[in-house]
Design a protein around this ligand. Structure first.
Ligand code: DGJ
Length: 711
């Protein structure tokens, strides 16, 4: 028996008499470890027909193969060099390494008795965070290449009376929307076939609730995601006995992979947490894990900023930008972020149709170059960040003129453009060098750039790599691996460089990327009403400091509502500061100052989602620091029909024995009355059992409360 355990969860595997490896348990840890012995299903669960011979093995293979007796979704499928399509994996050995007080890695070696094929299962348990990472290595010593058709990162099995799946469907400006449905018999697949910008239609995250619909604070739930930025696939198969298997990994669709002898095929890491206290606990587990292990600089601070995309689009010059530097300073933010439109000379980037690929500042627009801009920014007392989209190219560019063979495009069909651009072939090492140099050159030329926003505004279509020749089915995987090589080089040369991930909004969000990026742009939809849903969706899997939200002129709501909504994640602005009314500017300045004081709680504290916008016409959430001494609560009233007469909201995560003062902050005279309980002192017990009337009743108004322990 092999037990993979965290503080509250156990995944138990067992080697059967036939030497195959089975999962016997995944769930809340049992109190008596001897009870795991009773989990053997070896003799009890075999379907037999009249003659008494076992026909179908109903046990749950830890890593099911294809070609022998598996009747359901396989984790692995391959054809050997002699054309034989079967694989059997028997247990060889297991080894547990205690990496530190928190992390234990279990490595299990499996082997085919007939062919020299080894499969190594890795399970990394993060004890305190209750998270388990799983991945697989596949290798062989056959005479020639084998062909891999399925290569899941992990397979898990569950048995429950019902399975409810929450998926996070997306589209541009409609990211991370939650939808829950019951799984029926058969296979439900959530996947991406987009090659790049792979989260555009589906964020690679899910909740799977056992027995009943997912709740915020109760119920057994599995939260799953994957550290892979290419095509992914999550398959949920409910079999004839109503058992569920979940396979997660790279999408094998159109991606059969030929593996040479001695080479290792390593799957990406799948990431799981099991919670017996609903979605809220699952999210807190993942946030804690991410801040420590999954997100670049997850325990460091972030830069608040003023961005120019929505205020200027491509239409700016040096004067406009330097004026905005002083605006950033006036607001009190840390940085100015220059967006698209600063580059290209033969074909200046004055719109989306030209210049992409030519990463030199446009002389006509910025005669003194980037160095001058950063110097001016420094003089204004702020940092300077810059936008790039280095994996893409416009046909109208010097880069394309020089290297037409660097783009993904079919040799015998017309190119398909999207936003008038093409995807560069990151399978090609020369292209990898080029993309690395985009960042390296900007950093090396003394530009003083302190931050990058890395965009990606299209998916792959008509994808064909000249470089890959007759191995086109490697394209989707090799592109992603090529991109990781570039990002590895950037990270190792510039380990302290913060970068924002962006893909025409939030079309690229996953923990593969977040190993390199400090944050991501959640959506181009900055209407704060819509944004509540988008940020709520992402909050289930990603910590607040990774989710970038900007206050913009989109939407007719007050500046207070916009800012309060943006403050639930990483705050930024993209507005014409000089056009703000006096009271608006004053409000923003105060909000930025408040945010700076509160950001350690928002960024590093525990998130409690109190009222979901999917349940009521309001959203309420709070962050509480680890010591339970400081907390901040956000309440957003959405679109109530009549006077909603909202119920009191019970707070969470506080210490019942502590006493707290509740203070309304971010105040601005609005139509609503001010928060009545402001200035009052309550016990944590009262706040969590009785609660506060936190929500205003007027459409699109907000309340922000700072809740501090009084000693
Ligand atoms: C799409 C991004 O989501 C926007 O924020 C902006 O950077 C544009 N691209 C620029 O082209």
């Amino acid at each position: 028996m092999i037990r993979i355990e965290t503080e509250n969860t156990a995944l138990v595997l067992k080697v059967g008499k036939n030497q195959l490896l089975y999962q016997t348990y995944m769930g809340t840890k049992l109190v008596n470890s001897s009870d795991y012995d009773a989990l053997s299903r070896e003799n009890t669960k075999k379907f037999t027909v009249n003659d008494g011979n076992p026909q179908i093995d109903l046990r749950h293979p830890a890593y099911p193969t294809f070609g022998t007796d598996n009747l359901f979704e396989p984790a692995i499928r391959m054809t050997h060099n002699d054309g034989n399509p079967s694989l059997e994996l028997v247990f060889q050995s297991q080894n547990s390494l205690k990496i530190n007080d928190d992390i234990t890695e279990t490595i299990i070696k499996l082997k085919d008795p007939q062919y020299p094929v080894d499969v190594i299962l890795h399970y990394k348990a993060f004890f305190k965070e209750d998270v388990i990472e799983m991945w697989t290595e596949i290798q062989h010593q056959e005479k020639k290449e084998v062909m891999l058709y399925n290569f899941a990162s992990s397979m898990l099995h569950f048995e429950a009376s019902a399975y409810w799946l929450t998926q996070f469907y997306s589209d541009c400006a409609e990211e991370a929307r939650m939808e829950e449905s019951a799984l029926t018999r058969g296979t439900k697949v959530i996947d991406s076939k987009l090659g790049v910008r792979t989260a555009m239609f589906a964020t690679p995250t899910f909740f799977l609730s056992l027995n009943a619909k997912a709740e915020e604070n109760t119920g057994e739930i599995i939260a799953g995601t994957i550290a892979w930025s290419g095509d992914f696939r999550f398959a949920f198969e409910v079999d004839n006995n109503h058992a569920l298997r979940i396979a997660t990994g790279i999408n094998p669709f159109a991606s059969e992979y030929s593996l040479s002898p001695g080479k290792i095929f390593s799957t990406p890491v799948s990431i799981y947490t099991f919670s017996s206290n609903g979605k809220g606990q699952a999210s807190r587990n993942l946030h804690a894990w991410a801040r420590k292990y999954g997100l670049k600089d997850g325990q460091k601070s972030r830069l608040t900023l003023l961005n120019n995309w929505e205020t200027t689009y491509f239409n700016f010059d040096e004067k406009k930008l330097t004026d905005m530097f002083s605006n950033a300073k006036t607001l009190g933010v840390d940085m100015f972020l220059l967006d698209d439109g600063w580059f290209g000379n033969k074909y200046p980037r004055s719109g989306s149709t030209s210049g992409l690929g030519d990463w030199q500042a446009t002389k006509a627009k910025l005669p003194n170059g980037l160095g001058f801009l950063t110097e001016e920014a420094t003089k204004s007392g702020i940092k300077f960040g810059i936008w790039i989209e280095p994996e893409m190219v416009n046909a109208k560019s010097e880069l394309y003129e020089k290297h037409p063979d660097w783009v993904l495009s079919l040799p015998n069909r017309p190119q398909t453009l999207y936003r008038t651009q093409l995807v560069l072939d990151l399978c090609n090492p020369q292209v990898q060098d080029f993309v690395f140099k985009v960042v390296d050159d900007i950093m090396q030329t003394g530009s003083g750039v302190a931050f990058f926003k890395w965009d990606c505004n299209r998916m792959m279509t008509s994808a064909y790599s000249t470089y890959l020749k007759n191995q086109q089915s490697h394209l989707y995987i090799d592109y992603t691996l090529g991109l990781y090589k570039v990002l590895d080089r950037i990270k190792s040369k510039y380990p302290n460089l913060p970068m924002m991930l962006c893909a025409g909004g939030g079309g690229r969000v996953d923990y593969g990327f977040l190993n390199y990026f400090t944050e991501f742009w959640a959506s181009d939809n900055t209407d704060p009403y819509e944004r509540v849903f988008i940020q709520w969706g992402f909050s289930n899997f990603f910590p607040a400091l990774s989710i970038c939200n900007h206050v913009t002129s989109m939407g007719y709501q007050s500046i207070k509502f916009k800012t309060d909504v943006a403050m639930m994640g990483k705050l930024g602005f993209d507005i014409k500061v000089n056009e703000l009314k006096e009271n608006e500017l004053k409000y923003c300045q105060e909000a930025v100052a408040n945010y700076k004081r509160l950001s350690p709680i928002i960024w590093q504290g525990n998130l409690y989602r109190l009222i979901s916008p999917y349940d009521e016409s309001r959203a309420v959430l709070m962050y509480v620091d680890e010591a339970k001494t400081k907390s901040v609560l956000f309440s957003y009233t959405l679109h109530p029909q009549f006077d909603p007469n909202y119920n009191f909201v019970r707070l969470q995560g506080l210490d019942p024995k502590k006493t707290y003062k509740v203070e309304e902050i971010n105040k601005m005279s609005e139509r609503r009355r001010s928060f009545e309980e402001s200035g009052q002192i309550y016990s944590g017990d009262f706040l969590m059992k009785v609660g506060l009337k936190v929500s205003a009743s007027i459409k699109e108004t907000s309340v922000v409360l700072e809740i501090l322990e009084v000693t």
